[in-house]
Structure formats: C-alpha cells, structure tokens
Design a protein around this ligand. Structure first.
Ligand code: CP
Ligand code: NVA
Length: 312
C-alpha cells in the first residue's frame, strides 16, 4: 500500500480506492495519537512545500503549514500577490519551476483545471486544498471525525443539507460512496449536485454498498440519520448570489427543529467551517452538545499531515 501511494497527487478522492483512503485514515489516527503523546518523527525533515492560495483560508492553510513545519519541513506560503500564476506566467511554467524547488505543492483556488495542471507539469505531489469543484482533504478529516465519534463508518447515514452543488457536496458524495457511508443530499432542485458526480458515485456505491439519495424534503431526508452536515450557502467566489441563496435555502437551515426531525438523540452535527451563524446553522446547534465541529476542524491538521506523509 505504502509504495503505491508514494509520489501521487490528491486532486480528487475519485483517484483513490477504498483501501487507500482507509490507509490514509489509519495514518491520521496514528499521527493524532503521536502528537497527543508528544511524539515527533520529523517526517518532513529537509523537505519543502509550496502553498498557493487564490482564496482565503484559516483551517486549510494552518493545517498544511503547521503540520509540515512541526515535522521538520519548510512550508512557503504564496498568495496571488506573491507569485505569477496564470497571469504573467502560465500555470504550466509556474508548475515546472515550483517542481524544481519544492518536494510538494498545495493549491487552493477557483478552477479544478489549475490544480490538475500543476500536478501534470510539476512532477511532484500536488494537494487540492479546495477548488470550486472539490475539497478532498476536508472529507478525510470528516471521515476521521465520524470514526472517532461513532466508532466506525459502517452502516452510517449522513444527511448533507443546503447547497448541493458546491465543492463540499461533491466531495462528500464521492467520499461517502467510496467508504460505504450512506448519504442523503437535501437541497432545492436548482442546487442539486452535478449529474456526473452522482453517476460516478452511484457506480462506486455498487461496490461499497452505500446508498446515495437526493431529495428536497427535510422531513423524509433527515429521518433516522446519524450525521447532519451543512456548509455555507454562499461559497467563496459566488458572493453576488447571496440574496438568491438566502431566499432559496432558508427552509434548509439546521436548527433544533431540524435535529428533531432525525428522531435520533445521538445524531452528530458537522460543518467544514467557516460557519455563518443564523444562516445555514443556528448558534444553538453549532454550540450545542451534538456539534463536533471543533474536533472536525482539529482533524484537518492530523489528516492533512497523514496525506503528506503518505504521498510525499
Ligand atoms: N474548512 C476549510 O477549508 O476552512 P478554511 O476555508 O478556513 O481553510
Ligand atoms: N463551500 C465552501 C467551503 C469552505 C471550506 C466554499 O467554497 O467557500
């Protein structure tokens, strides 16, 4: 397993098998335990990581930067103000140059095509830290958190509620389908996930046994679920859609009534964060005893460390 993963990029979870994701999750749990025990293995000693950010970030940037640095590596943060990427210099040329100087590259930005091109031309592992289409490292932290909270992924059902066509929805559908977690996407019809993501995931689900459901009904969709997941109604880069989204998604807010619809007192609430309190989730739910969002945020660090330790 170890050898088949070395040198690969993480652009989308589509590229990874269930066993490979399992291996990354096991590594993440181990690295978290190591850190709690004060064990440091200097996994990245003598290595360098380029971190390119076209969009802002708290968790993803800090997870990559601290986990790489604390294990002896040297991360270099590059915002669009710092480098020529796709403007004065093509993405291909930047990729080639960074590939000569760094052991790996993290990219957060708009187009999936950009991160794919970086991987194609740099010759080093490239990690997708979020694009408009996918957010694969977030899903690894989410799966890790579910295992901590609920013991395992087996026979669990997640309801993802809200914007069904954003990066989180797409990556959660793929990740759940791969790992055998049932997923119900609850969203208005105009925000349903991309059909090719659903078709691909249904194909994968035949093997894992996961059931994928898309519905606009909070009543039927939330019944009996183990996990409620939501994300912002307006993703980075689509700020002009704010009013339209609030109108469309207000019935999909996660509040105490939504939790009650699950009929499951042990349901856990997850959110990739940042959260807009009073919009997609109420203050009460975010701060309530079903919320696991702070563990989930912490797990970004351990799971990203695992991804880099396995792939670089
Ligand atoms: N969840 C997440 O990706 O957070 P940031 O945007 O702060 O990185
Ligand atoms: N869908 C959100 C996720 C943030 C982590 C966004 O793209 O802004």
């Amino acid at each position: 397993m170890k050898d088949s993963l070395k040198g690969r990029s993480l652009l989308t979870l589509k590229d990874y098998t269930k066993d490979e994701i399992r291996y990354i999750l096991d590594t993440a749990h181990k690295l978290k335990a190591d850190r709690k025990a004060g064990i440091n293995n200097e996994i990245f000693k003598g290595k360098t990581l380029a971190m390119i950010f076209e969009k802002p970030s708290t968790r993803t940037r800090c997870a990559f930067e601290t986990s790489f640095g604390e294990e002896g590596g040297h991360p270099v943060f590059l915002s669009l103000n710092d480098i020529q990427l796709g403007k004065k210099e093509t993405v291909e040329d930047t990729a080639r140059v960074l590939g000569r100087m760094f052991d790996a590259i993290e990219f957060r930005g708009f187009k999936q095509e950009t991160v794919d091109t970086l991987a194609k031309y740099s010759g080093v592992p490239v990690f997708n830290g979020l694009t408009d289409l996918y957010h694969p490292t977030q899903i690894l932290a989410d799966l890790m958190t579910i295992e901590e909270q609920l013991g395992s992924l087996e026979n669990k059902t997640m309801a993802y509620v809200g914007d069904g066509r954003n990066n989180m929805a797409h990556s959660l559908i793929i990740g759940c389908a791969k790992m055998g977690v049932n997923i119900t996407v609850i969203c208005p019809e105009s925000l349903t996930p991309l059909q090719d993501v659903v078709d691909y995931s249904n194909q994968v689900a035949k093997e894992s046994g996961s059931i994928i459901t898309i519905t606009d009904s909070m009543n039927s969709g939330l019944k009996g679920v183990d996990i409620i997941y939501t994300d912002v109604w307006v993703s980075m880069g689509e700020e002009e859609k704010s009013k339209e989204r609030v109108d469309l998604l207000t019935p999909y807010q996660i509040n105490n009534s939504a939790l009650e619809l699950t009929n499951n007192p042990n349901v856990i609430f997850m959110h990739c964060l940042p959260a807009v309190r009073g919009m997609e989730v109420t203050h009460e739910v975010l701060e309530g005893d079903r919320s696991v969002v702070w563990d989930e945020a912490e797990n970004r660090k351990h799971s990203i460390k695992a991804v880099m330790s396995v792939l670089i």
